[in-house]
Design a protein around this ligand. Structure first.
Ligand SMILES: Cc1cc2nc3c(=O)[nH]c(=O)nc-3n(C[C@H](O)[C@H](O)[C@H](O)COP(=O)(O)O)c2cc1C
Length: 154
């Protein structure tokens, strides 16, 4: 999958007063009605077990300005929430400068292989109009906002 350009998300939750989160690209919209999303989380990830017990989680869609958060989030021993303008909202950590924050209740989950697919029912969404997406491609973070517009044929 390394040649697939992917949007970068910080998937976060809170359980018993402790915040958890990982960077993920295996996230997708699921249905319009009810509005819902899915996130595929490795069973070995620190987020996984808390997410099986939590009521809610947040899918933060990262923008270019959040690259520091993406890089900091993969540090195993540091406080992941020390970098970035995080605040608690609706019981979960949301990144205020993210392109979007999608707060979900955990509606369902399905184990498959090394991962669990968590299905979230959307309860609140916030967006920043001026954000540009952070994209992961070929093991690097890239900026696709400068991609040339498609030429219209006459
Ligand atoms: C760009 C990128 C995308 C990732 N996508 C996923 C993903 O979709 N699902 C997942 O479980 N882990 C994903 N990971 C790995 C997690 O972010 C995390 O590093 C790993 O699960 C170990 O987390 P832990 O130290 O909290 O246990 C991704 C990592 C990077 C850098």
């Amino acid at each position: 999958m390394r040649h697939v350009a992917a949007t970068v998300y910080a998937v976060t939750t809170t359980l018993d007063g402790q915040n958890y989160g990982i960077i993920a690209t295996a996230v997708s919209s699921l249905s319009f009605d009810p509005p819902s999303l899915l996130a595929c989380i490795n069973r070995d990830a620190s987020l996984h077990d808390p997410l099986t017990k939590a009521e809610r989680f947040c899918i933060n869609i990262l923008g270019l300005s959040n690259r520091d958060v993406a890089e900091h989030f993969v540090s195993p021993d540091l406080d992941r929430f020390a970098v970035g303008d995080w605040k608690e909202h609706q019981g979960v950590p949301i990144l205020q400068s993210a392109q979007s924050s999608l707060i979900c209740t955990v509606a369902d989950r399905h184990a498959f292989g090394t991962h669990t697919i968590f299905i979230g029912a959307l309860i609140e969404a916030s967006h920043r109009e001026d954000a540009t997406p952070l994209t992961y491609f070929d093991r690097n973070y890239i900026d696709i906002s400068a991609a040339p517009e498609r030429q219209r044929s006459a």
